[in-house]
Design a protein around this ligand. Structure first.
Ligand SMILES: [Zn+2]
Length: 136
């Protein structure tokens, strides 16, 4: 059963990101000019200002570099509280904010290896697959 989530950001760039996620692929924007990996989704490269990107497949692997639990309701009761967030540094060097999958925040150690999984979710825009991270 799909887990309810706050509304995703949709629109140019974001739609392509979610489309790749629907295929269980974590792909981020790679600048066609300088090769920089951009995240979050941008209309122009954060490194050089170029406006053309390719959707580069990420390894899906990384390390937990920070984490926290949210106890305050920021989403009108959509998210059961408390809920946990992790900051993953992907092998490609990009920082990716996500949720832990299958492990408790108390079990996290700095630099713990994780790999992406895709969780069935839904918001006002419909069903989607959310990239979350499990222990390797
Ligand atoms: Zn660039």
């Amino acid at each position: 059963m799909a887990e309810k989530r706050p509304p995703r950001t949709l629109g140019p760039g974001h739609d392509q990101f979610w489309e790749w996620c629907s295929k269980s692929e974590l792909r981020l924007q790679k600048c066609a000019s300088c090769g920089g990996i951009n995240w979050p989704v941008r209309q122009t490269c954060e490194f050089c200002g170029h406006a053309e990107f390719a959707w580069e497949a990420m390894s899906g692997r990384g390390k937990v570099v920070s984490w926290c639990s949210f106890h305050q309701d920021y989403y009108g009761g959509v998210m059961p509280r408390p809920y946990d967030c992790i900051l993953v540094e992907l092998d490609e060097g990009v920082l990716f904010l996500s949720n832990p999958q299958g492990f408790a925040i108390e079990d996290i150690t700095l630099g713990m290896d994780v790999a992406v999984q895709f969780m069935a979710c839904e918001d006002g825009g419909g069903s989607f697959k959310l990239p979350v991270f499990a222990r390797v």
